[in-house]
Design a protein around this ligand. Sequence first.
Ligand code: FE
Ligand code: ZN
Ligand code: FE
Ligand code: FE
Length: 236
Amino acid sequence: MEKINDLRKLLKHELDDLYSAETQLIDALPKMAEKASNKQLKAALSGHLKVTRTQRERLGKVRKILSDGKAPAEQKGFFASLFSSKEGDEHCKAMEGLIKEAESLMKEDMTPEVMDAAIIAAAQKAEHYEISSYGTAKAYAHQLGLKDVAQLLNTTLDEEYAADDSLTALAVGKVNIDAENDSSEAKRTVRGTESGQTKTTAKKTAAKSTTSKTVAKSAGKSAVKKTAVKKKQSSR
Ligand code: FE
Ligand code: ZN
Ligand code: FE
Ligand code: FE
């Protein structure tokens, strides 16, 4: 490995790592979407898969700019490029770990409602890793005066924030509420007669009062978390 002795090389290293992270997510997101039951969650994960493919292409563009117009594989020579994996020069071990954790979570015995909540949590951990990494990379590009690179990275950063926000909205607005009680028994009997969504009136009222508290609490929590993430980046 070449010695990393300046910020530009560290930026390249970070971008190679991100390229690997996005590549791993492109494999993982369809599995998570398939395992999800909530239609909006399925759509959110599939939608972010498309965005993720674009992000990987955008990273390719950024790496090309940093390599003075040459694609990283061209620099290494023909034979080296033949044997390099599709991930590139780095393997992101953090994303590998996050995905492994998601996969073992998805093997657990859960009701569909609770599984959806768990899938959102796993997806948000991956998004937060990306937010942190793109925030750092953007700050490096800014420091190096690479305006076009910083702008491209910021586009992706905004998309990652949007994905994270929509998952939070889905969790606190619907999925966490559905997961709050082990209602699989009650629901199964109601589903036979009604359209499938509602519990008995008495249970629904009881659920409502506890649910609104939960929503307020978790909404507050995620707001705090997000501020922390944003602060961390702006201080860089
Ligand atoms: Fe991404
Ligand atoms: Zn390394
Ligand atoms: Fe990494
Ligand atoms: Fe993402």
